[in-house]
Design a binder for this molecule. Structure first.
Ligand code: HEC
Length: 126
């Protein structure tokens, strides 16, 4: 029963989807099924939220906290509480990628998404 319904909805969505492509997109957005279907097809969301949904603070805790402290106050590594004021995002990105002087490189360890989330997060520390 449920399976049959799903099939029917899928067929309906397909039909609506095809119709919407030919006419207008607003029509598609009007139906929930059409919307879900559209989003599942990997279209980029048109919102102004950051490019990633990585939780930079969580990545920091896992990878950076040991050396830079729970509150960015510094341990083995320097205090990062105002790092956004003294470093450009490019500099921070380079440091995270390449490390150096006692800091390990995170290129290949963290994903580029995680690194750019960290850069954005740290750049706001001023
Ligand atoms: C093994 C310890 C260690 C880890 C782990 C570590 N760092 Fe560092 N970090 C350092 C040290 C030491 C320096 C100072 C390097 C220097 O003086 O050139 C530093 C420098 C920095 C700087 C430059 C700060 C400044 O004022 O010059 C930034 C930004 C930074 N780290 C970010 C991070 C981030 C983000 C992570 C996690 C992805 C991280 N670090 C993980 C040890 C570490």
């Amino acid at each position: 029963m449920f399976k049959k319904m799903t099939m029917m909805i899928a067929a309906l969505v397909l039909a609506i989807g095809l119709g919407a492509c030919a006419s207008s997109n607003e029509q598609e957005a009007g139906t929930n099924q059409g919307q879900d279907q559209g989003q599942n097809q990997g279209q980029p969301p048109a919102e102004t939220t950051p490019a990633t949904n990585v939780d930079a603070a969580a990545v920091y805790k896992q990878n950076c906290l040991v050396c830079h402290g729970a509150n960015l106050e510094g341990q083995v590594g320097p205090n990062l509480q105002k790092v956004g004021a003294t470093h450009t995002p490019e500099e921070i990105s380079t440091i995270i990628h390449q490390g150096g002087n006692g800091m390990n490189a995170f290129e290949g360890v963290l994903s580029e998404d995680e690194i750019s989330a960290l850069v954005e997060w740290l750049s706001a520390k001023k």
